[in-house]
Design a protein around this ligand. Sequence first.
Ligand SMILES: [Ca+2]
Ligand SMILES: [Ca+2]
Ligand SMILES: [Ca+2]
Ligand SMILES: [Ca+2]
Length: 350
Amino acid sequence: MTPIGRGGSTPVKRPEAVAAALWLILAAGPVPAALGQVLTIRDVQYTVNSNGASNHDGEVIDCTGGIVVAKFAGYRPRVILQDPNDPDGWGAIQAKDWIYPFDMFNTVQAGDWVEFTNILVEEHVGTTFLQRQATHNPTFTVVSQGNPLPPPILVSVSDVPAPVYDPVLQGWYVDNHDAEPYESMRIIVRDVTVTAMALGKAVDNYRLENAQGEACWAADYMNEDAYPDVYHPFVSIGRHFCAVVGVFEQYTHLATRWDYYQLLPQESADLAICGDGDADGDVELDDFTRFGECITGPTCDDAPGGCDPPAWTVPPTSRPIQYCLMMDFDFDGDVDLADFGRWQSLCGAP
Ligand SMILES: [Ca+2]
Ligand SMILES: [Ca+2]
Ligand SMILES: [Ca+2]
Ligand SMILES: [Ca+2]
């Protein structure tokens, strides 16, 4: 694809003609959105703006899109797309379907690569959305199906910090927006404990804290196994997780004094209790099957599920990464006999 001029005109071949065309474009300044810019997700998301807002806010664009990694019905149903070419940041975006009966939302499935034309970029309460609205005559195309889902990436809690209460402004704000590259990506934090609940604008956030006292915020509004409750049943004060996996989202509403990021698990397995291989909330003999799938023994063989987190980032789809993170009790990136000792001590314990 080319950045401008998506019509089927004959390609210009003569160098002087190309130079002249480029000069005309440069002389005209920024390309108006009306020409139909073709942008990648990274083009839309990447910013150095201090508030994290997209440089393309308010523009109607064409987008090369990405792979559907999650869907969330909600009032205006949305899909979360990730471009595997940008695995470390700025690689994901949420696309909302405003056109009843929601053909885009209903058509696309996890693993589809979806691209768009004539879709509106909008910053909404801190998160960048692609808005599929009838007034712009948008289209969507499923380019390919069955793509492997880009795996969630491991981040430190300190990379995605919780907001702090400002007693002067009487609100909760993040210190900075350095976490912005992760917006709408699926990320993993490890070895965290729930230390507070009933936080945030919707009083549904909870604090996930590590042993160093660093923390991030999470919420279960996208968690299909929490509905209709506000919190997933695994979430309670004092609950420890080997890992928490989720879509990362910003919520900003300065008029009511909020600006924070939150991690949004999608299902029970995303709240990975150590040793609970079937994600039912208990560590029992049934869970040993999963331990057996994840263990690699004392030797590092780079097999999926084993040895080091990079290997875990390419699990077979039948074994999402969080299922093996549950079995790495010492958080050292492998599942070995040391972890088995810990699993054994927990098995069947109240
Ligand atoms: Ca943002
Ligand atoms: Ca953004
Ligand atoms: Ca279990
Ligand atoms: Ca281990």
